[in-house]
Design a protein around this ligand. Sequence first.
Ligand code: NAP
Length: 363
Amino acid sequence: MAKHTVTLIPGDGIGPEITSAMRQVVEATGVDIEWELADAGEHVMGEYGTPLPDYVIESIKKNKVAIKGPVTTPIGTGFRSVNVALRKALDLYTNLRPAFSIPGTGARYEDVDIVIVRENTEDLYAGVEFEEGTPEAAELIAFVAEKGAGTIRPDSGISLKPISISGSERIVRWAFEYALANHRRKVTAVHKANILKYSDGLFLRVAREVAAEYEGRVEFEDRIVDATCMGLVLRPDQFDVLVLPNLYGDIVSDLAAGLVGGLGIAPGANIGAEYAVFEPVHGSAPKYTGQDVANPTAEILSAALMLGHLGEREAAQGVLAAVKAVLAEGTRVTYDIKRTNTGSTEGSVGTQAYADAIIEKIG
Ligand code: NAP
């Protein structure tokens, strides 16, 4: 029997190519993993009648750990995001997105080492929405007017932003525990509490309460989200661990990815009390599907996070070291890295050739 069984969700778009590269790299470390294939996305709807079949959730519940490629969310066709549904079904309340400088990426900064801890289950991603023109939207608009809570134009669509004490408490605590376990100096809570008093205001209040328990062990500060974005671009080295509600976390993590060389190299993990699903920050980049050009680094570094989670620290470090070595050499890199370094994609290699270069280093 394999030492670890991991659910593998290739996804769509560039997903199958980058997960194949990832799998080869992980196998090169010699870690004993059995991959249990379970796919999700629009392409499985014909067979299962849903983009997220029950057996996918059951597989993750059984194995506790999964790694996935990106899954496309078609705009305006009715089905909600598979990614959001998966996070909700497994209560994966933490979205961990580290952004750190790697020499050779051509990024604007060389000294970024930021960890983004994004709340993953509530906020504007709760999926509580009212479509413009429906009786439900009209009823809600009338209710708001009746309670003297404000005026909403009758031709509005409405998305609710629920932020709870329990949801905020567990994510902020997770950020502090992560900071302690990983010898990080400071946690910054990011919000817009000056405007959104009852949602972000609550998040900030809870963050301050939790922070008080860690006083003397981990520093704490809070910042408004717009000022945080400017601060990140101006002087990213002032940040360490950031904890954010869902939407700000999503946006700020793409910004952080941009600081260190782009989405092609930004890994991530969705973690709950019982299960963990690893995946890159980026999406399915449909225009690159099947072209063997996408950068698999984000997927491979997500696998390094997964190996660490499985207790395979040496293998995790081996993967990271191999990625760093190939990027530092700069001769066998994908189009995005070449473009950032030289302004042109000329001389770049494909997904598989890049993975082969990493495997060579591991070997
Ligand atoms: P995206 O797929 O992340 O792609 C945006 C751009 O980022 C690409 O055009 C490309 O830039 C760059 N990029 C992304 N991945 C890359 C890689 N591996 N290597 C090199 N460059 C990469 O964002 P999107 O086009 O907004 O989203 C496409 C679909 O993915 C949507 O349906 C969205 O909902 C979904 N999505 C899924 C997930 C997930 O599964 N967790 C996450 C985010 C989005 P250039 O054009 O400059 O080359």
